[in-house]
Design a protein around this ligand. Structure first.
Ligand SMILES: Cc1cc2nc3c(=O)[nH]c(=O)nc-3n(C[C@H](O)[C@H](O)[C@H](O)COP(=O)(O)OP(=O)(O)OC[C@H]3O[C@@H](n4cnc5c(N)ncnc54)[C@H](O)[C@@H]3O)c2cc1C
Length: 414
């Protein structure tokens, strides 16, 4: 099966404004352009956080891996991510159980819970990526949502997931937060996603994995035995397997529309006094309204605020909205925390994609044979999904079964 991008599309703008991570870290490492033909076991197309985690999983288990990206590494949506690492996904467990069944919902939630530990392990092994474990507080935005939250809490507590219920009085006492109720989860984390992916790729390179950037893949051609990719400069890569981890641009390789692209907006404040940040220094916060407001702090005491998602996927229109959206987010934060100086210092927007059930898509697609595997970590928990996808795709390449293969497969889209 051969597929050349019909639109001959090259990189689209995945982000607008000034993503803080890119400003803070700058271009961290230069990797070479791919200017010669090569052969390998697995070629990973995309050097964002998904491609980096998959390459790491494969290379550390003895696979011969090559990574190739059309931009500088991690410069796609990974550099725009707010990187709240949560096991609790955008679709409530109760809703997943209703859509599929109890066992499926539990599998999704338990897997995501384990993924937080797995990310922690990788982050700590790389070091210096502003990783920190946190709590996560999920509050009811209004009274009408309180009973939905109570159902969700009961379900999760009933399945021994690490949650506590906080009523209005406890929220006021402990968190000085005015809301009807909240679920407190004690397993969550935060990271600098751009630094994490960049340092991971650099470590891979040091250990012998070839990483190329500024090299666009323009065609994929697969047979039952191998895959051949070509780049814009005419270099060819022949591999036993290709993993397409090209983020929200992956739709370009699929005739079937598999997700809906949206934009999310975010801003970073200047550093805030620790005493004022109080519990926000080690707790992620989000709410039941959709789209939700979400916030967390960084290691240097800044507040990172996100939300105001919309379905604008047109970079020019999104660019114009960044400042207005940041101002709206700031007003919302100030209503919750009037004592904080939560003014935006850097504001930006980025593309993300959503599937109808909030779960990602990992594995083969019928348009290609078994040698091409997609890694579409779509959803608000994209990074948690990337970690899970790394193990799942390694299992597929090694022809082993994996508990998440069916749940994350394209087949569920019908
Ligand atoms: C504003 C915002 C907030 C978010 N917040 C969170 C959050 O709090 N928690 C969370 O878990 N997730 C969050 N996400 C989602 C998360 O950021 C994404 O899931 C993650 O960054 C996706 O990484 P990726 O590697 O799949 O994609 P990308 O980082 O976009 O990487 C894909 C790479 O593929 C390359 N590529 C594309 N096409 C080609 C080609 N033809 N040839 C070569 N290379 C190609 C691109 O250049 C790019 O570098 C957020 C996203 C946004 C935008």
């Amino acid at each position: 099966m051969a597929f050349e991008d019909p639109a001959e599309e090259s990189a689209v703008d995945l982000k607008s404004g000034y993503p803080y991570w890119a400003v803070k870290n700058g271009l961290m490492y230069a990797f070479p352009k791919l200017e010669h033909d090569l052969r390998c076991g697995v070629v990973v197309v995309g050097a964002g956080i998904t491609g980096a985690l998959i390459a790491d999983e494969l290379a550390s288990h003895g696979h011969d891996v090559v990574v190739v990206d059309q931009r500088d590494v991690a410069w796609g949506s990974t550099s725009a991510s707010t990187a709240l690492l949560q096991y609790e996904i955008d679709t409530h467990a109760v809703d997943l159980a209703q859509r599929y069944d109890e066992a499926t919902a539990l599998l999704a939630y338990r897997s995501c819970l384990q993924a937080i530990d797995a990310i922690a392990e990788v982050a700590l092994s790389i070091g210096d990526v502003d990783f920190s474990r946190c709590d996560s507080l999920y509050y009811a935005s209004n009274r009408a949502d309180q009973s939905r939250l109570a159902d969700e809490f009961a379900w999760r507590a009933g399945h021994q997931l690490p949650v506590q219920w906080l009523g209005r009085a406890a929220l006021k006492d402990v968190y000085s937060l005015t809301a009807p109720a909240a679920i407190l989860s004690t397993v969550a984390a935060r990271v600098d996603p751009y630094r994490f992916a960049s340092r991971l790729l650099r470590r891979l390179q040091r250990r012998g994995t070839q990483v190329y950037d500024r090299s666009e893949v323009t065609s994929i051609s697969a047979t039952a035995r191998s895959v051949q990719l070509t780049t814009a400069t005419g270099a060819s890569i022949r591999a036993e397997h290709a993993v397409i981890a090209s983020g929200y641009e992956s739709q370009r390789w699929l005739r079937q529309r598999v997700a809906r692209n949206r934009s999310s907006y975010a801003y970073m404040s200047d550093p805030i006094d620790r005493a004022q940040l109080a519990w926000l220094a080690n707790t992620l916060l989000w709410e039941s309204a959709r789209p939700y407001l979400y916030l967390r702090s960084t290691g240097d005491g800044r507040l990172l605020v996100g939300g105001e998602d919309d379905d604008r996927d047109m970079p020019a229109r999104r660019d114009r909205r960044v400042d207005r959206k940041a101002a709206t987010l700031q007003r919302k934060v100030e209503r919750l925390f009037p004592q904080l100086d939560a003014r935006p210092a850097f504001a930006w927007a980025g593309t993300f994609a959503e599937t109808t059930d909030g779960l990602p898509l990992f594995g083969r697609h019928p348009q290609y044979g078994p040698r091409v595997l997609f890694a579409l970590a779509y959803g608000g928990n994209g990074i948690t999904y990337s970690m899970l996808g790394a193990g799942l795709l390694r299992a597929q390449i090694e022809r082993r079964t994996h508990p998440l293969t069916r749940l994350f497969a394209f087949a569920r889209l019908g």
